[in-house]
Design a protein. Structure first.
Length: 153
């Protein structure tokens, strides 16, 4: 077969689409800002390695992620943890007791920091919206059931 009709593997990739940037304010905890900066440092290393190895696909992915995280760093608004624990605020850790007796604890953080499996939820999530501004003893709708706020730290 003639090589004239065969594309090289390195040219045979699609440019990755840009990661969507949330329309919400980019509120972050101090830890969230540190994580963004660490991610940027790691991505700069990945980009340099992709340049050295002439890996166009890796270069495109690193460039895409650098654009996203650079924009997130530029728009980051650091919110310090609340001094009072009377009401739920951004950065608060809240424990709720559900109707079935199950307790769950969440920390309300920025969108890029959220990881519900590890106890952090985005401040724009429905559960966080239900909790923000509330006090211990109040009952809120959390998902498909009601839950009472039993602790705020």
């Amino acid at each position: 077969m003639s090589r004239a009709f065969v594309k090289d593997n390195e040219d045979n990739f699609d440019e990755p689409p840009d990661r969507p940037v949330s329309p919400h304010p980019n509120l972050v905890t101090p830890e969230g800002l540190a994580a963004i900066e660490a991610t940027l440092a790691h991505l700069h290393e990945d980009y340099a390695a992709a340049q050295r190895s002439h890996d166009r696909a890796a270069l495109a992915l690193a460039a895409r992620d650098l654009r996203y995280w650079t924009a997130r760093r530029a728009s980051a608004q650091v919110v310090t943890p609340p001094a009072d624990h009377d009401k739920v605020h951004f950065g608060s850790t809240v424990t709720i007791a559900r109707d079935n007796g199950r307790r769950q604890t969440y920390r309300i953080v920025g969108e890029d920091e959220a990881d519900p499996a590890h106890g952090t939820i985005s401040y724009v999530s429905p559960v966080a919206h239900a909790l923000l501004g509330k006090e211990i003893g109040e009952v809120v709708r959390a998902g498909n059931s009601d839950a009472e706020i039993v602790a705020i730290t």
